[in-house]
Design a protein around this ligand. Structure first.
Ligand SMILES: Nc1ncnc2c1ncn2[C@@H]1O[C@H](COP(=O)(O)OP(=O)(O)OP(=O)(O)O)[C@@H](O)[C@H]1O
Ligand SMILES: [Mg+2]
Length: 390
């Protein structure tokens, strides 16, 4: 296992005091991995029932948790998987994936005013296409599902992984956008062909052209869909507001994940500001895949300097031991020492970037670990870096 970084904080206290933790950050930085590792650590060491709600079609993650697969329905990670990792868990780890289609269906079933409307919406040929595409349907439904799970009260802690959004703010604003959409002009426009054959002079050319290009059945389907959708207005708007309240609640915390590369880091800073603006609670920043702390050790640096200076002598000493040419070994020793110095420069730069983030409630560093996470032991191994006692 890679050595730990020196100035790491911990997620332990945060996870012990919250009911919802949402990992967010730019693409590929380790949101899903962090969510899984933090949830596994919470289940192992804090106890209670912990759910990780992921958005990835995470077959690899499923395998790492000892499951064949998992979907919208929550599944418990077998206690035996913890025991195989040498841990006796204090609590239970559950896992579920966001199935957008299934979740929309559930939502429609809940809000439709009657069975006929419900069936008409679900049978509308455009229903699936529209719900997965419009107003960040995916982001909205992720928050909606979270609300559902939270209010059911089955779990002590829900750790939520967020989609790799083009814009990391999308899911924060999705509930508000959904509420806005129901009152929007766009929605009125979309429903015109259904509501009235007597269109205004201004809109007629648009619909005539749309009719020619898309076919009138298509426009009718769209209009019908949104007319039906409007019947769910009150429930939806109320719900969107409730979801927003849960996001802003003190028991909900956001964990911003980033690597120390400039682009994800910029996005992380932007995201942190956005959380503040929206009065949402930033609990921690996880700096993932950082260089190990021994690169900052002055003793290691002076050893590398000696290696560089004495490469010839070291190469000659090692030659009989390794049955290799002294000249080759000399070059190798010099290269290793030079690489160490290069990495040390990069690690120093990373350390400076970390201090710039000081002021965040908790900054946790996780080193780049070798290989893929293939089992729960690997997930917990990574989790150790999130969890160290202060
Ligand atoms: N500390 C680490 N050391 C080594 N590999 C890591 C580490 N953290 C994450 N990874 C690996 O990096 C890859 C991306 O991680 P992950 O899927 O968690 O990122 P993500 O932010 O959820 O990505 P996306 O935005 O695509 O959802 C995965 O292959 C994961 O196993
Ligand atoms: Mg992910």
């Amino acid at each position: 296992m890679a050595q730990a970084t020196t100035d790491a904080g911990s997620l332990a206290a945060l996870m012990a005091s919250k009911e919802i933790a949402i990992t967010c950050g730019s693409g590929g930085v380790g949101k899903t991995t962090t969510a899984a590792a933090a949830a596994a650590m919470a289940a192992a060491h804090l106890g209670g029932r912990v759910l990780v709600l992921t958005v990835d079609p995470a077959r690899r993650l499923a395998n790492a948790l000892g499951l064949e697969s998992f979907g919208n329905v929550e599944r418990r990670v077998d206690k035996a998987a913890f025991e195989a990792a040498g841990v006796v868990p204090r609590g239970e780890l559950w896992v579920a994936m966001l199935d957008t289609k299934q979740s929309w269906d559930d939502l429609v079933r809940r809000h439709a005013p009657d069975d006929a409307t419900r069936d008409a919406i679900l049978a509308n040929p455009l229903y699936e296409n529209i719900t997965t595409r419009f107003v960040q349907g995916h982001d909205y439904i992720a928050m909606e599902r979270l609300y559902d799970i939270h209010t059911a009260g089955k779990y002590d802690l829900v750790v939520v992984d967020t989609p790799p959004s083009r814009n990391a703010l999308d899911f924060l604003d999705a509930p508000a956008r959904m509420a806005e959409f129901f009152n929007s002009r766009l929605l009125r426009w979309l429903t015109v062909p259904y509501r009235s054959r007597m269109m205004t002079a201004a809109s007629r050319p648009f619909y005539q052209m749309a009719d020619r290009i898309l076919g009138s059945q298509f426009l009718q389907d769209i209009a019908e869909f949104f007319i039906l959708f409007q019947t769910m207005h009150d429930g939806f708007v109320q719900r969107a507001r409730a979801v927003q309240r849960v996001l802003a609640d003190k028991r909900t915390t956001f964990i911003v994940v980033s690597t120390l590369e400039s682009s994800p880091l910029r996005e992380a800073e932007f995201f942190i500001d956005a959380l503040h603006e929206r009065h949402l609670h930033l609990g921690a920043i996880v700096l993932n895949k950082v260089l190990p702390a021994y690169l900052l050790d002055p003793a290691a640096a002076s050893a590398a300097s000696v290696m560089e200076r004495e490469a010839g002598a070291i190469g000659a000493d090692l030659a009989p031991l390794l049955a290799a040419e002294p000249a080759d070994l000399t070059r190798l020793v010099a290269d290793v020492a030079a690489s160490f110095h290069n990495y040390a420069v990069a690690a120093t730069r990373e350390a400076e970037q970390r201090t710039e983030l000081a002021g965040a409630p908790e900054v946790v560093s996780v080193p780049q670990l070798g290989g893929e996470l293939t089992d729960l032991a690997g997930v917990l191994d990574l989790g150790q870096h999130l969890w160290r006692p202060r």
